[in-house]
Ligand binder design. Structure first.
Ligand code: SAM
Length: 214
């Protein structure tokens, strides 16, 4: 398993990216009140920003690292321990309006040695198979991909998803840039994530957007 060593710095989403996500959520689901983060890591920033910017009522994380679960809980953040590829575990997240899936995108979660979209473990395909196909999740799903994610990767995963869920579609490909690291250090503006936003809907058009800081 690709778990971070909590004693060393490991990849965390930066606050600019999380604010960009909050802005997109406000636009796509204006009355959203519940968000889950699967493979949540240290999710203090998500918890704080979604509360302050979206007035979120309910947030819950899931992680397979007992240290990370304990870390989040000790800061008052609801966080379950479990494997994202376990159907019984994921069943309890089906009533969240939005789910972010943020698996490790670098070796040992160090944020440097990136893994290609189709090589990420635990993979985007088994996760979408479980959540969308087996469990029929009806909400908004965001797959957080590495910055190397290509339009071909997006087309491939959408094709796989729509084989089982023709009611579901890739709504938005979001290139998230930031000039800050997950630890808050200032850097040059860099592409950090390529996020694939899926929603129920029929319109076959994807939208592609870039956000550069907030
Ligand atoms: C580097 S973090 C990403 C955290 C967060 N999504 C973000 O973007 O800041 C990836 C997390 O996935 C967790 N993880 C790895 N395998 C997992 C699994 N099978 N089920 C649940 N969590 C897992 C790791 O413990 C780690 O905390």
């Amino acid at each position: 398993m690709n778990l971070p060593d909590i004693r060393h710095p490991f990849a965390r989403t930066n606050i600019q990216t999380i604010r960009q996500r909050a802005g997109l959520l406000r636009e796509l689901l204006p009355s959203i009140s519940s968000i889950a983060e699967i493979c949540c890591g240290d999710c203090r920033a998500q918890y704080d920003i979604y509360h302050s910017e979206l007035g979120m009522q309910r947030f819950r994380g899931l992680d397979l690292s007992p240290e990370i679960v304990e870390f989040n809980r000790s800061r008052g953040i609801p966080c379950d321990y479990g494997n994202a590829l376990n159907g019984t575990v994921m069943q309890s997240f089906l009533d969240f309006e939005a789910i972010f899936f943020g698996p490790p995108l670098s070796l040992e979660c160090d944020g440097h040695r990136l893994i290609a979209f189709r090589d990420v473990v635990l993979g985007f395909l088994p996760f979408t198979n479980l959540l969308l196909n087996e469990l029929s999740y009806p909400g908004l799903l965001v797959l957080i991909g590495p910055r190397s994610t290509t339009p071909g990767d997006a087309q491939w995963i959408e094709y796989q998803v729509r084989k089982a869920r023709p009611d579901y579609r890739l709504r938005l490909i979001h290139h998230s840039y930031a000039a800050i690291t997950g630890l808050g250090e200032v850097t040059e503006l860099r592409l950090k994530y390529v996020e694939l936003w899926f929603q129920v809907g029929q319109d076959p058009q994807w939208e592609v957007r870039e956000s550069k800081g907030t």
